[in-house]
Design a protein around this ligand. Structure first.
Ligand SMILES: C[S@@+](CC[C@H](N)C(=O)[O-])C[C@H]1O[C@@H](n2cnc3c(N)ncnc32)[C@H](O)[C@@H]1O
Length: 416
């Protein structure tokens, strides 16, 4: 018979990978999902199943599919959508003719990105002047999103009524008009991943509604950092009412009517508490050089640390410029885990796993407990199919993670 800590090990592993905290979806859902997957894998031993989850990306994805909550409907939380449209129309009135780029994070089965596309099209924005992208961790939800055919659960309330003409009735359900479907692209990604948000494209609006609530505060901070990389300088992040309040308490005030739940991350950088904008890399820099940093405080103010500057550039999506600064640091003899880690992250953002691996290894060589470098090395090993190596690295990363002290004695993957 399994004990609570058996489930805890698996939940913590999935939380580290996806950001989804155990309390976000409730323990009964986790237990039910784990049992269902154990049955599907014909596994009656929870230790063996925990090892499978740790070593197999396919099994992890299967489990995640059962845990996520892809609950959504057309024109949900309409004040946010109304605010979005009003901003678009005002800018158009002022003469803006650039294309609009909108991103829906945690888009589930696609109702939100399609609602956005319908609003833009119906407001008279030509189809070729906007694009909408939907991102979700659930591949099953995305399959349904791409299909664009919906049953009655997707239609709740009256906000959808003015948009009825965008659907075609088919035997399977209501199908989104084909020309609109072509303006919406879907892709699968983990928005809490450190490497998420390094994209060549910037977005005017990022919707991330009813997603942050599933994450711990630290993971929310990480997602906000990722989103700030993706947003145009004057772009808006739109949240659900609960999340908007959480984010306001983190130091990002509302922009526009409160009910719209809109926030501008860049415009409010100055009021963001340091803990919010401090990335793991910056924390690493601080922990490596605390004494030196104090001694040279005046100098640091006059000439900013190029490594911190490189991190900021990377956060803003200027990857080439960040890379050049890193090279400069390297040439001037800097030999720090934070530098190698950032270089690895930049290479990872370009999908150059081999080069990224080299830098992460250097970071770990200098700082053997560098959690993020270890996690990224594990991910790379996994992608290369080196499951044993990945498993070993995950174990190491797990030992280094701060909350291990709380779970002492519950070493998950070392049990046989
Ligand atoms: C409740 S739905 C929200 C749908 C839509 N945004 C809305 O407000 O109606 C939450 C979605 O977030 C997705 N999700 C959870 N964690 C995620 C992650 N780390 N990366 C990407 N998507 C994630 C889930 O798969 C799920 O489809």
């Amino acid at each position: 018979m399994e004990t609570d800590s058996d489930y805890t090990d698996i939940m913590q592993h999935i939380e580290r990978r996806t950001g989804i905290k155990p309390s976000g979806v409730g323990k009964p859902t986790w237990v039910r999902s784990i049992r269902k997957r154990m049955e599907a894998c014909e596994s009656s031993n929870i230790d063996a199943y925990a090892r499978l989850v740790a070593s197999s990306p396919i099994e992890r994805q299967e489990l995640v599919e059962l845990i996520v909550v892809p609950e959504t409907w057309f024109f949900r939380d309409s004040p946010g959508l109304d605010f979005f449209l009003s901003q678009v129309l005002e800018a158009e009135k002022r003469g803006r003719r650039k294309p609009w780029h909108v991103l829906s994070l945690g888009c589930a089965t696609g109702e939100e990105p399609y609602s956005i596309a319908m609003m833009l099209a119906q407001a008279g924005i030509p189809l070729l002047r906007f694009s909408v992208e939907g991102v979700d961790i659930s591949r099953r939800a995305l399959e349904r999103a791409r299909k664009g055919v919906y049953g009655s659960r997707a239609f709740r309330g009256s906000s959808v009524l003015p948009y009825r003409k965008n659907f075609l009735r088919t035997e399977e359900g209501s199908e989104v008009r084909r020309d609109l479907r072509q303006r919406v692209a879907f892709r699968s990604a983990n928005i809490s991943d450190l490497s998420f948000g390094f994209s060549a494209r910037k977005y005017d609006f990022v919707f991330c509604r009813n997603v942050l609530i599933y994450f711990s505060s630290d993971v929310q901070d990480r997602v906000l950092t990722n989103v700030s990389r993706l947003l145009e300088h004057d772009g808006y992040l739109l949240l659900s009412p609960t999340e908007s309040e959480l984010v306001r308490l983190k130091g990002y005030p509302h922009t526009g009517p409160r009910l719209a739940c809109a926030h501008q991350l860049h415009a409010t950088d100055s009021v963001v508490p340091r803990t919010i904008v401090t990335t793991d890399i910056e924390k690493d820099i601080e922990s490596v050089e605390p004494v030196q940093a104090r001694e040279t405080e005046t100098e640091v103010q006059q000439a900013p640390d190029p490594l911190v500057e490189a991190q900021q550039l990377a956060n803003e999506g200027h990857l080439d410029a960040a890379w050049q600064l890193c090279l400069g640091c390297l040439n001037s003899g800097k030999n720090e885990p934070a530098l190698y880690y950032l270089m690895g992250a930049l290479k990872m953002a370009q999908h150059s796993d081999n080069e990224a691996e080299e830098f992460f290894r250097k970071a770990v060589y200098l700082s053997p407990t560098h959690y993020d470098a270890l996690v990224n090395l594990a991910l790379i090993a996994e992608r290369k199919g080196l499951n044993e190596e990945a498993y070993r690295l995950w174990l190491r990363a797990r030992k280094c993670s701060t909350d291990d002290s709380e779970t002492e004695g519950v070493v998950a993957y070392g049990r046989s």
